[in-house]
Design a protein around this ligand. Structure first.
Ligand SMILES: *[C@@H]1O[C@H](CO)[C@@H](O)[C@H](O)[C@H]1NC(C)=O
Length: 168
């Protein structure tokens, strides 16, 4: 199976996985933000602010991944949004969001916590652990997608298509 076939088959799977994980993350972050706004029971300001940022990053990722996956499914070579360049720009920006967001939430809550053996007050401990885990899971999938696009960009250059070349 050629790399092109592999990319064509893998695209909906990887984007589907990103959408699924980002919906879970977005739901957790939105739920926590609603709680924090109502009760002000965040453990520190950086947890509150990072959670707000993850609300944005998650729904951004869901929306644009859905558009990219839909257009690719409709026609894998049909438009500017199925090109190497548009995938590269979207995934690079999204990768920056998730690198920043996942690192920040890890720092804010001090890594994953054992919620049954916690030495300080941490409301919504389980949800925060899940937010941490799903945040890194999205980051991992976006990283894989970005690496694939970089590999495709190199071969598009070799073909002489340049960055406007199609992904498959
Ligand atoms: C978490 O803390 C509880 C209570 O001290 C302990 O029984 C359990 O083994 C700990 N779990 C982990 C994963 O460390």
């Amino acid at each position: 199976m050629s790399f092109t076939t592999w990319v064509r088959r893998g695209h909906p799977i990887l984007f589907g996985l990103i959408i699924f994980l980002a919906i879970v993350e977005g739901s957790l972050a939105t739920w926590l933000t609603v709680k924090y706004n109502a009760h002000h029971d965040y453990p520190n300001k950086s947890t509150r602010d990072t959670t707000r940022f993850l609300v944005f990053a998650s729904w951004w990722t869901v929306l644009f991944s859905f558009i990219f996956a839909g257009l690719f499914f409709h026609s894998s070579t049909g438009s500017v949004l199925t090109s190497v360049a548009s995938h590269g720009i979207f995934l690079f920006l999204t990768w920056i969001f998730w690198t920043a967001g996942a690192a920040a939430i890890t720092q804010a809550i001090g890594g994953g916590n054992n919620c049954s053996d916690i030495r300080f007050n941490l409301p919504y401990c389980n949800q925060l652990n899940a937010e941490l885990g799903f945040g890194w899971a999205v980051w991992l999938c976006v990283t894989v997608a970005l690496i694939v696009v970089i590999v495709r960009a190199v071969s598009a250059q070799r073909r002489g298509d340049g960055m406007a070349g199609q992904l498959v």
